[in-house]
Design a protein around this ligand. Structure first.
Ligand code: FE2
Length: 279
């Protein structure tokens, strides 16, 4: 039975997206646990019947402007720009949520951020969006909104843009899953099986522990030191965006669960984390 909860951000999620995780037949043994965890977490996310999934991927990059997706359907093929041998044109077809997209645009404008509508029906998803979404929602049952990383936005602005996501959902009556598609540590090296340094693994363990314990405000307080220490992916902006949404929705109401192990990929540290609003 599904428990009805207030509109806004109802699930906060961190997912990995390395290209070699993208298709079951190419996943190396050392990364199998991460993918199994992602699939299991997806079942729980979908079972909670969110109205929409809003995904910020570190590989969807905008230089200046925030984007508000207003397409009725996201249809296309995903090619991993840097690994076309691994993800070479995977088809996808998910419903969009134009009403929520327009509401998000209004919220971002209201706090003075530059934002454009993304109404391009031929827009192609980056692999950081496609990899986790196709595992979590393989039947494409939940409408999608995708959000870029903005290079010109600092962590504080990115946090505020995440908070705006909660307000847009609350005002439109959406119960949303908010997804940060990103690694934690992200000092990349050649060699798929390479781990982050022990110091960075330890920092990731502390940060993930704060998320799992629902200490979201403490995680954000530490973030300006944590993110550069672990060389966060895109400076940790997808995580900052997620923390903004979670804190706007109520910093103290989250309970976390990790699915599968903390795992490596080319020097990065990754994990599947799901935060649910406590009943
Ligand atoms: Fe990445």
């Amino acid at each position: 039975m599904t428990t009805r909860v207030e509109p806004g951000i109802c699930q906060g999620i961190v997912v990995p997206h390395a290209p070699r995780l993208g298709r079951p037949e190419i996943v190396p043994d050392f990364a199998r646990g991460l993918v199994d965890g992602l699939i299991e977490m997806g079942r729980d996310v979908i079972a909670a019947a969110p109205d929409v999934q809003i995904v910020c991927s570190t590989h969807y990059v905008s230089t200046f402007n925030w984007h508000a997706s207003v397409v009725a359907r996201h249809t296309g093929r995903c090619v991993a720009q840097e690994a076309p041998d691994m993800i070479s044109g995977e088809p996808y077809d998910y419903p969009g949520d134009p009403e929520l997209g327009r509401a998000l645009k209004a919220e971002l404008e209201a706090i003075g951020l530059p934002v454009i509508e993304n109404a391009a029906e031929a827009y192609s998803w980056d692999y950081g969006t496609w990899v986790p979404v196709h595992y979590m929602d393989p039947a494409a049952t939940v409408p999608m909104l995708n959000v870029p990383i903005v290079l010109a936005a600092d962590l504080e602005e990115t946090f505020k843009a995440g908070a705006a996501v909660h307000r847009a959902c609350a005002k439109t009556g959406r119960r949303a899953a908010m997804v940060a598609s990103t690694s934690f540590s992200h000092f990349l090296v050649r060699g798929p099986e390479q781990w982050p340094t022990q110091e960075r693994q330890d920092a990731d363990a502390r940060f993930i522990g704060l998320l799992l314990d629902g200490k979201i405000a403490e995680a954000w307080e530490w973030f300006p030191d944590y993110a550069p220490f672990v060389v966060g992916e895109m400076q940790g902006k997808a995580l900052a965006w997620l923390l903004g949404g979670l804190i706007e929705a109520g910093a103290d109401k989250w309970q976390g669960k990790q699915y599968g192990p903390y795992g490596q990929s080319s020097g990065s540290g990754n994990a599947n984390v799901l935060l649910k609003a406590a009943a």
